[in-house]
Design a protein around this ligand. Sequence first.
Ligand code: FAD
Length: 228
Amino acid sequence: MSTPRFSVTCTRKELIAENIYEVAFAKPEGFSFTAGQFVLFDVPLLDNPEDIQPRAYSIGSAPKDDELVFAIKSVPNGRMTLFLENKMQKGTQLSLQGALGNFLLDRTTPKDYVFLCTATGIAPFRSYLRSYLAEETDRKIDLFFGLLRENELFWEDELKEFQKQYQHFNYYICINRFVQDEAMSAISDFSNKQIYLCGSPLMTKAVKEIAISQWHVPKADVHMEGFI
Ligand SMILES: Cc1cc2nc3c(=O)[nH]c(=O)nc-3n(C[C@H](O)[C@H](O)[C@H](O)COP(=O)(O)OP(=O)(O)OC[C@H]3O[C@@H](n4cnc5c(N)ncnc54)[C@H](O)[C@@H]3O)c2cc1C
């Protein structure tokens, strides 16, 4: 079956950290997804709007939310970046395909969850937290959020709020420090943990290897999404 297509209308675009935009769209009628999935936007070339290519973005909102929220990092001369910075505004329409992907939370496991991400890789975890944090109270949930610089930090207010509200949730901001090192300082025993990795492929690949070889986490308990 082909992936459904939708037209979406931008409701907000805001620079929330250095080179990071939060972009929101009204959730179109009939669009459904599970926390952790992504969409493919049809992105027109700035100088030639007939030239369209897909770009993947993880949904950072929860299925219960009215908006589809994304955190998009701008990169030099990127196709989406140029569109985002020069054309995207409230009212802009874009076409997308979705929802896609299998980076879903395993809610059948009795194990704790450990989330490790870099930069915009936090998006699927925000969706998990908004969807399941209030229900998943029988397990510990730790989030390690890696950033190169302090001015790249975003969405921390909500994490702080979650940590205050839910005793089973803790988050760690890792500025210019490897998320896996911070995780090893905070967690001494990974035998009861499921690992979720999202962000730069360098990080996801490296931490997957460490999780299996050093933390002795079974391969089946390591889930990853690389933002290639
Ligand atoms: C499943 C998935 C989920 C993702 N989710 C997110 C997310 O939530 N947030 C997010 O920010 N990103 C996410 N990404 C990454 C995203 O899809 C894009 O790759 C990223 O945003 C860059 O897109 P762009 O169009 O701006 O840049 P692109 O046009 O793809 O260019 C990327 C870089 O390559 C350079 N480049 C392009 N073409 C050439 C060329 N011919 N020769 C030399 N250099 C070139 C550009 O100058 C630019 O610096 C995700 C990726 C995947 C696979």
